[in-house]
Structure formats: C-alpha cells, structure tokens
Write a protein that binds this ligand. Structure first.
Ligand code: SAH
Length: 250
C-alpha cells in the first residue's frame, strides 16, 4: 500500500513532534497559530515519502480546523493523499491498558445530540453516527503493527487492537461522565477529544483516513495525574510508532 504524500496530525507536539527531526528539505506554512511542516522522509533503503505534519491543539473544533488545512496542503506539487491522526487516549475497557494501541475501526462523537430531529449521536450532515475508515488501510496497518518487532518486542507498547473510539469536548476524569458515555456506546475501547471530528472532515472531504491511539490513562479519577506523567514518557516512544506507520505506506 503506497502513498506519495501523507498527512499526520496530533493534538500535541509530544505525540509526533520528534519525527520532524527526520525530515529533509522542510517547508513550513502557517495559518494564524497553526503551523504545517512538510518534508521528505527517507528510509534505510533510500525509498522516500513526503510527510506533512501539524499539531491541532485539543478538542473537536481545533481538530476539524487542522484537518481541513492539512488536506489542502501540497508539497512539491503533490497533494496529501492519506491522513492519520495519532496521539494518546483514555481506556474505556478493563482489558485495555496503558501503552496498548487502539486502531479506530469506528469513530463516534459522544457529545453529539441533535434529538429529536436525529437519533442521539447521529451527525446531521452525514446522517450517521459511526464513522468508518477504509477497511483495507485499517487491516494493512493492523498487520504491520502486530508483526513489527519495534512495536511488539523492543518497546513499551502493549497489545494492538481494533476498536471503537469516541471523541468529545471533555477530558474524561470522573466515573459519572465515563459511565454516561459508556451507556450510549457499550463496546467503546478508547476516549479522546479529536478523532471523530478529524474523521468527519475526512469523510466529507473524501480523503482516506485512520485514527491510531495509545492508551495513556483510565478515563477515571486518576486520569489527570496518569495523563501528565504518561505524556512525558510518551514523547520518547512516539517516534517509534510514527516510524512504523510511515514505513507502512512507502
Ligand atoms: N487535563 C489534562 C489534559 C487533557 S487534554 C492536563 O492537565 O494536562 C487530553 C488530550 O489527550 C486530548 O488531546 C485527548 O484527545 C487525549 N486524552 C487522553 N486521555 C483522555 C481522557 N481521559 N479523556 C479525554 N481525552 C483524553
């Protein structure tokens, strides 16, 4: 599965920032406070791919805005052909732990509620609540991540799982908010604040997309502390994950 130019977004620099050091011939464009960095990424066999990278900031509006800008970005006259959102998320199930990787097989905006005009969680312009990525891309990355020693052996990463990811404008750190979300989406794997906004824009703009999340906390009372500690360590390890992601599409 080959692409010439892929876009990678995260909410915070800690989640993908170190990959910028690997890029050659960097071009930076900015739209107000949003910077997009594009460059050439070369692997050990001298194959290359163009990457465009940006940090959206937290939340659905920030994610939607950065996604739209990234999709429209060109580098050496090649448009972005695939976009990925990656970063950390809270776990929604007992058997999904810190350092596990969740690939979004379905994204849902857990705070969308246009009842009684639409059923709960349904996104009005799409008339659907479940945002589903291209299955071939999902399976391709799932195989690459599960068969890769950099992820499965020589790293802190845990299980790789395909799951439902819910997004909303809320950092979930108490049992009541968590249970409310889970009662609407019982099979939920992970909770975060951007993925389903990114997915909605990608679907509306007709570009292939995927969300990849690493579990940082349990979306409960200890979340804030776990989250802050985790993000510091994660900065070092995100490079490994991004390298495997990028290598999968060369
Ligand atoms: N309050 C925290 C930051 C929260 S922002 C602090 O003081 O540092 C959380 C970021 O991580 C968002 O980009 C979101 O996508 C992700 N995230 C991780 N755990 C989350 C959780 N439990 N609930 C919602 N988002 C979470």
């Amino acid at each position: 599965m080959k692409y010439r130019h892929i876009g990678i977004l995260s909410a915070m620099p800690e989640e993908i920032g170190t990959i910028l050091e690997d890029l050659e011939d960097i071009k930076k464009v900015n739209f107000g406070d949003l910077n997009i960095y594009s460059g050439k990424w070369v692997n050990k066999n001298n194959q290359y791919i163009y990457l465009s990278i940006a940090f959206s900031g937290w939340g659905k509006v920030s994610a939607a805005r950065a996604t739209t800008r990234l999709i429209g970005n060109n580098y050496k006259n090649i448009p972005v052909e695939l976009i990925l959102f990656t970063g950390v998320a809270g776990s929604a199930q007992d058997d999904i732990n810190q350092w596990d990787i969740v690939l979004g097989k379905c994204l849902i905006q857990h705070d969308m509620d246009a009842t009684p005009l639409f059923d709960k969680l349904v996104i009005p312009p799409l008339k659907q609540k479940e945002l589903i990525p291209n299955e071939n891309i999902l399976e391709h990355l799932f195989k690459r991540l599960t068969n890769n020693d950099l992820i499965s052996k020589y790293s802190k990463y845990g299980k790789v799982k395909k799951g439902i990811i819910a997004s909303g404008d809320q950092f979930v750190s108490d049992q009541e908010s968590f249970m409310k979300i889970l009662s609407n989406i019982p099979n939920l794997s992970a909770i975060e604040m951007e993925g389903a906004a990114f997915a909605q824009v990608s679907i509306q703009e007709e570009i292939p997309w995927l969300v990849i999340r690493v579990i940082s906390d349990n979306a409960n009372e200890g979340s804030e502390e776990e989250f802050s500690e985790f993000v510091k360590t994660y900065k070092k390890w995100s490079h490994q994950l991004i390298t495997v992601l990028v290598e999968s599409f060369i």
